[in-house]
Design a protein around this ligand. Structure first.
Ligand code: FAD
Length: 387
């Protein structure tokens, strides 16, 4: 194998390149990225970077010794097709790059509203999105966030810290209901309320009012919330449309086995774009978690190169964190609808606790902690041992 092409120049793509070199690949490595930027870290975009307390330099993912990786970076141009027969990637300008193998690391993008939006309405996924939103947030600005998921909640938290007046609109009964369930979602609802954010649940966006600039959000229950700025945080969708016709299996992301293999020789997928089989859930699961994008590539690269690779077992347990209103929220494992929640330590009413998610047999399958990092680490390791 002489030439490997990585599509997607972000966390999973860069990690794949590092893994290729660490596992002894000496051939040509080309990284294609549609954003004009060198890889950067996304979690700060809704936290420190949005708050103005970290800079672009500080969120850069590449380090000084990455210069030794000897990468041919092609940035600012999307891949528009994959020809698995001819083993080539076609770029948006028509250029074709022939390659022996491909790592798909195209991540996900913010889900957008189906209609055109007025000025002042934002989504948040990229550095450019964060720059644009940051310019609009100032003391007294009325911000309405549509969707109380992780991005929506973090934007609300950061905006409150910047002195904005914030409303959050959520269709479910509580924030993060799908990820954390009703009981723990209620804890997150209290976090919003105790930090001065008005949370409107069981309602949704009916219409954005204002032309050319947004001035209000009309809700499906008829109410109207005045708005200077709106953030739409209604989830993300995997960037896989460009693979149409390639034969690569796509179903809510690129379907892969536990090592990132797609079933097409020489093509693996990693990170947010991959709907991978998980030992932990004994089925496919597409994760949008930072640690997943960091831990999948070494195994996928080993599968490409046929090299030996042993991933530490605890990496198989899905893990994410979030920072909201000064609280550190951590979750590991996988919640299903039939889980019950048992508080093990601390007190949810005092925003400092650890809770277990138990399956129908009473076995722990997930752990949630709010400002309880030490015990959380212990439980995360225990969950890994079960796998
Ligand atoms: P991405 O980071 O999405 O990168 C994919 C890259 O590929 C992008 O640059 C994309 O533009 C590019 N691309 C797409 N299509 C093409 C194409 N056809 N050709 C070329 N390039 C293409 N996770 C946590 O666990 N905790 C957090 O607190 C947290 N906070 C977050 C906050 C924000 C605002 C966001 C957006 C994400 C956050 N995440 C968090 C999630 C985490 O950042 C992602 O899981 C991680 O970035 C995934 O990395 P990736 O490389 O798979 O995909």
């Amino acid at each position: 194998m002489q030439h490997i092409t990585v599509v997607g120049a972000s966390l999973a793509g860069l990690t794949a390149v590092r893994a290729l070199r660490a596992q002894g690949f000496e051939g040509r490595v080309c990284v294609l990225g549609d954003e004009p930027h060198q890889p950067y870290d996304r979690p700060p975009l809704s936290k420190e970077f949005l708050a103005g307390t970290s800079t672009e330099d500080e969120i850069r993912l590449t380090e000084s010794d990455d210069a030794d990786l000897d990468v041919d970076w092609r940035l600012g141009l999307a891949a528009r097709a994959l020809d698995t027969g001819e083993q080539a990637v076609e770029l948006a300008d028509g250029t074709r790059i022939t390659t022996d193998a491909v790592v798909l690391a195209t991540g996900a993008r913010a889900r957008e509203l189906p209609t055109a939006v007025p000025e002042g309405v934002h989504t948040l996924r990229t550095l450019d999105d964060a720059r644009a939103l940051r310019e609009e947030l100032a003391p007294g600005v009325r911000l309405v966030v549509i969707g109380a998921g992780f991005i929506g909640a973090e934007v609300a938290s950061t905006a409150v810290g910047l002195g904005c007046e914030v409303d959050v609109v959520e269709a479910a009964a509580v924030p993060l209901q799908r990820a954390l369930g009703a009981e723990m979602g209620a804890v997150c609802a209290r976090l919003h309320a105790s930090n001065g954010v008005r949370l409107h649940t069981r309602t949704g966006l009916a219409e954005l009012v204002g032309d050319p600039r947004v001035r209000a959000v009309r809700l499906s229950d008829g109410r109207e919330l005045p708005a200077d700025v709106v953030v739409v945080g209604i989830g993300a969708q995997p960037n896989t449309e460009w693979l149409a016709g390639s034969g690569v299996p796509v179903d809510d992301g690129v379907r892969t086995d536990a090592s990132g293999r797609t079933g097409i020789p020489g093509v693996v997928a990693v990170g947010d774009c991959a709907n991978a089989h998980r030992e932990y859930t004994a089925g496919p699961l597409r994760l949008e978690h930072w640690t997943n994008a960091l831990h999948q590539p070494p195994a996928a690269v080993a599968a490409l190169l046929g090299s030996e690779h042993a991933a530490p077992a605890h990496h198989a347990v899905p893990y994410f964190w979030s920072h909201q209103y000064g609280c550190n929220i951590q979750f590991a494992g996988h919640r299903t609808e039939d889980c019950t929640v048992q508080v093990e330590e601390g007190d949810p009413d005092h925003d400092e606790f650890l809770a277990l998610y138990l399956d129908s047999a009473g076995d722990p399958v997930g752990v949630l902690a709010l400002d309880h990092a030490r015990s959380f680490g212990r439980w995360r390791r225990k969950l890994a041992q079960r796998t």
